[in-house]
Design a protein. Structure first.
Length: 71
């Protein structure tokens, strides 16, 4: 049997930007940011924070492959 080739994601996050949303929410390293917090951050006045929260919400559904609830 041949090995399945896994495709790498085309999305690259700069090392300087990794973890910025997690640090701003004061979530411990290795823990997920709660969905309630992400929803609140999506309504932030800061456009960068809104973008990061939207990205995090979208990224939650990638590994599962299924659809996520929109609220």
């Amino acid at each position: 049997m041949a090995k399945k080739r896994t495709k790498k994601s085309g999305i690259k996050i700069k090392a300087a930007n990794r973890g910025k949303l997690r640090r701003s929410t004061k979530t411990k390293k290795g823990k997920k940011i709660p969905v309630s917090t992400l929803r609140r951050l999506k309504r932030s006045k800061n456009p960068k924070t809104r973008r990061r929260a939207t990205f995090a919400m979208n990224a939650r559904g990638w590994k599962k492959g299924g659809k996520r609830k929109k609220r």
